[in-house]
Design a protein. Structure first.
Length: 330
């Protein structure tokens, strides 16, 4: 992950008064991004704007703000800049990573600078002022990958951007995706001997009050030569939602609720995955499952939770879609 180096900040000397001292942040990528400090030592990212570029302001985040300012660099002519100011020294590491992403976005001159800053800020907004999150476990990465895969490869092509609003699992809903007349539980496995999935509790495969329950089964293989990884898939999803502000906010909030932090993207990107199979099952009467109804006399005394494994290798008759085009949703 590209980041502004600490030594770049170390080369800046404190100015006097209301001035800023600036230098190119990542000149090998773009000349449009400067890093700057003010007289109090506060850190800023400055993005130069052209005559036709729109202004942008944002004060919604706790630890960072964006304003449009008229500035003169090295005594030259006054020009407009987007000023991304870090309001919390604890966020300097995030600011450096944001700077790397902004620089890469500015290198694409077809995209307005304000759009680039807005997109990067939306990605990082949820992490300002939070206690640092630990890295997701291997199992958590697999589960998140499978859910976003279902979104990107199955739901978006058939249902469009609005499908993101059905992703309810991150907020503790009973099933990962929920609509008024159906729900979908997503399960990932790396077991090579078949579709073997872990089920947590008696509610996970209990149907919704209205409609049908489906189970989306994803068989994954960890391979160094694979082209898929979690950060890449997340970027695909973000790009799909870039013109749907409510949907993008829902997606970013979901990632934050699940404990996904972009700080670890370099590590997450090393976990390469190949999708060996992905199929959609209907959880019908003969689907292998345990629910509270499986115990006619109620749960035995002293049993608080039941976790178990299911094997779907011999339940092909319950497969309702083996490819996205056959998704039985409308």
């Amino acid at each position: 992950m590209t980041s502004i180096a600490q030594e770049t900040w170390d080369r800046l000397t404190l100015p006097i008064g209301e001035r800023l001292v600036a230098r190119p942040a990542l000149p090998e990528i773009t000349p449009k991004l400067l890093c700057a400090i003010d007289s109090a030592g506060g850190r800023h990212l400055l993005i130069s704007l052209g005559i036709a570029d729109e202004e942008y302001r944002d004060r919604q985040s706790r630890g960072v703000s964006v304003a449009t300012r008229d500035l003169s660099v090295h005594g030259g002519t006054t020009e407009k800049y987007l000023d991304v100011a870090c309001l919390d020294a604890g966020g300097y590491g995030i600011l450096d990573l944001m700077g790397g992403e902004i620089a890469r976005g500015l290198a694409d001159e077809t995209k307005p600078p304000a759009e680039t800053v807005k997109r990067v800020l939306a990605k990082w907004r949820r992490f300002w002022g939070q206690i640092p999150q630990p890295m997701l476990s291997r199992e958590e990465q697999l589960g998140l990958f499978a859910e976003i895969w279902f979104l990107v490869e199955w739901l978006f092509p058939k249902l469009g951007q609005e499908a993101i609003m059905a992703w309810r699992g991150p907020w503790g809903s009973r099933h990962d995706f929920e609509w008024d007349d159906k729900s979908v539980e997503v399960k990932a496995t790396t077991i090579t001997r078949g579709r073997i999935h872990k089920i947590h509790g008696l509610d996970q495969l209990a149907g919704p009050e209205n409609g049908i329950l489906f189970l989306f089964s994803v068989s994954l293989r960890e391979e160094n030569g694979a082209t898929n990884d979690l950060p890449r898939l997340i970027d695909v999803c973000r790009n799909y939602l870039q013109n749907f502000d409510d949907g993008l906010a829902h997606f970013e909030n979901a990632l934050a609720h699940l404990g996904y932090s972009p700080i670890f993207e370099d590590e997450y990107s090393k976990f390469k995955l190949r999708v060996a199979e992905n199929v959609l099952f209907q959880v019908a009467a003969d689907f292998p499952k345990l629910t509270s109804e499986s115990f006619s006399n109620g749960m035995p005394a002293g049993i608080e939770r039941v976790d178990y494994e299911i094997n779907l290798n011999t339940f092909n008759h319950l497969i309702v879609a083996s490819q996205p085009a056959l998704l039985p949703f409308s």
